[in-house]
Design a protein around this ligand. Structure first.
Ligand SMILES: [Zn+2]
Length: 535
């Protein structure tokens, strides 16, 4: 079924895009060599490439061997590897509890069914007890005079919010203020001591049941005070939207009513809830080490070679977890062996078909993306080259060549002229660049390009795209529901090698274009993210 839809759609695309068919541009890729690398990186032997695991180290060793073979040189102070230290945090569920109290009556909240405890909670040994306030999306966006927190007393309260934003706020801006660190910064300043996040049912990539079975998977933070984002946060829970009515009972509002508004991206009301939460969370920590892999192809221009264009992808995935249909190995073939394999394949193509590059190309295979973009964040804070010398980041994460590549969805398309360059390169190959079609999913901040963006580096993340309400989009949606962060994101899934080959060609041409352009990419004058470049 899956395959059939795909083949039918593909034959249509060949005939409906005469420009592409007639020009039949010479590609440096056939998709096959790319898939051979994916097969190695997503093999069961790599054990799902969990950060800090032997499986990830084996995958890194393979990548380093390929880079060496293709003449790509080490670029970290320590060679190919840039060591990164983490604190791993695991909730001990049997020693943790949360109770909802209303009218003097207590109801135990069941981990998995009702809630997930976040390991960010920092109750120490003591218990926390606080009233609940509903604060809409929990966002403060000064640029849009949008404020979910004003007029409410949040001091000493636990703030309940639904993930999302109103439709008048540009996706990139909403994404930025929806990051944990930005949101917590404003909530903390308003006096809040905890948060309860309700996923927006209209934008959940993974069904609650699958989120719940992996809730005991440990989380990680970068070691070191410079990276602490959760100061003052005493409790963090995620609430099952399917059970969220119980939070709103007695408040004069229902969750159904609020979820309907959130689905349409309308403003949400703010009001105190008729309940409080008493909780104790026990968290166990240990130190973990992993590494980014950083390598370079030096530019040839005497001046511009001191600048570099980064091609990034994350090599880590989520390892071994709860079994789904008897399989507990989360291979992460598309997420993101596909992107790491592409980096290796592009490096090989530049060896077999060299290009004169003015700027240096930096290949960055980050670790711990799945833990919250941590490897890239570390890299951007301690880059192997001066951060000001990084002219651009092109990030490849789960580009999903599972339908023909007719539309290239470019996150960051309208933010910088790197977006314009990406669109022009795509057009030269008969592919149309389109902006983010699903702003609710916050994808501009959900992969490693974001770590570069907040350091001022113009960045894009590009994916095989589709318009809403099309057969192709249904294929993506089904993929997310069934395979995203599931053991079935493995080597045994449909893929479109032609789409992968064409995508690789776009990446290759964009890199060469950005490396050789006279001026380095610039943020658009009206881009919100321009402010980071000024710092
Ligand atoms: Zn992922």
């Amino acid at each position: 079924m899956f395959r059939k839809i795909q083949m039918a759609a593909f034959s249509v695309s060949l005939f409906s895009l005469p420009a592409f068919a007639q020009d039949s541009p010479k590609l440096h890729f056939d998709g096959k060599t790319w898939w051979e690398h994916v097969k190695v990186l997503a093999d069961d032997n790599m054990e799902g490439r969990e950060t800090g695991s032997a499986g990830l180290r084996r995958a890194q060793a393979y990548v380093v061997e390929q880079l060496k073979k293709n003449g790509v040189e080490p670029a970290s102070a320590d060679g190919y590897y840039q060591p990164v230290k983490f604190t791993e945090r695991q909730v001990i569920e049997k020693d943790s509890s949360a109770v909802l109290i209303r009218d003097g009556k207590s109801e135990l909240l069941a981990p998995g069914d009702d809630i997930l405890f976040s390991a960010r909670s920092n109750t120490g040994e003591s218990e926390i007890s606080a009233p609940l306030v509903f604060a809409g999306y929990g966002l403060q966006i000064p640029e849009k005079q949008f404020d979910d927190l004003s007029g409410q007393n949040l001091s000493g309260k636990i703030v309940v919010f639904i993930n999302g934003s109103t439709s008048d706020i540009p996706a990139a801006l909403a994404s930025h203020y929806s990051t944990f660190s930005e949101r917590w910064k404003s909530l903390r300043a308003a006096g809040a001591i905890g948060i309860i996040t309700i996923p927006n049912p209209a934008s959940m990539d993974i069904p609650w049941s699958r989120i719940a079975i992996n809730r005991l998977h440990p989380s990680m933070e970068l070691a070191g005070a410079e990276f602490n984002e959760s100061e003052g946060l005493k409790l963090s829970l995620t609430f099952n939207p399917g059970q969220a009515e119980k939070l709103f009972a007695g408040s004069g509002h229902t969750f159904a009513e609020l979820a309907a508004l959130a689905k349409d991206r309308k403003p949400l009301p703010h009001f105190p809830l008729a309940a409080s939460v008493k909780a104790h969370v026990s968290v166990q920590s240990k130190e973990i080490e992993s590494a980014n892999v950083v390598a370079k192809l030096s530019g040839s221009d005497p001046v511009l070679k001191n600048e570099c264009v980064v091609l990034s992808a994350h090599l880590d995935h989520i390892g071994i977890g709860a079994p789904v249909n008897g399989d507990n190995l989360y291979n992460g073939a598309m997420d993101d062996a596909s992107g790491s394999a592409l980096l290796v394949d592009v490096a090989a193509s530049l060896k077999s078909h060299p290009e004169k590059l003015k700027r240096t190309l930096l290949f960055v295979f980050v670790t711990a993306e799945e833990k919250g973009l941590l490897g890239s964040r570390y890299f951007a804070a301690h880059p192997a080259v001066p951060i000001k010398s990084i002219a651009a980041d092109v990030n490849v994460d789960m580009f999903l060549p599972i339908v023909p590549l007719k539309y290239l969805e470019v996150k960051g398309l309208e933010e910088s002229d790197l977006g314009d360059r990406a669109a022009a390169v795509a057009a030269s190959l008969g592919v149309k660049a389109i902006p983010d079609q699903e702003p609710l999913r916050n994808r501009f901040i959900r992969s490693d390009q974001y770590s570069f963006i907040v350091k001022g580096v113009p960045s894009v993340k590009m994916d095989v795209g589709a318009f809403p309400d099309t057969a192709e989009q249904k294929i993506f949606k089904d993929w997310l529901t069934n395979r995203y962060h599931a053991p079935s994101d493995d080597l045994n899934q449909p893929k479109d090698l032609s789409a992968a080959a064409l995508y690789e060609e776009i990446i290759r041409r964009l890199l060469i274009d950005a490396a050789n352009a006279t001026a380095r990419p610039q943020w658009k004058p009206d881009s919100f993210f321009r402010r980071y470049a000024a710092n």
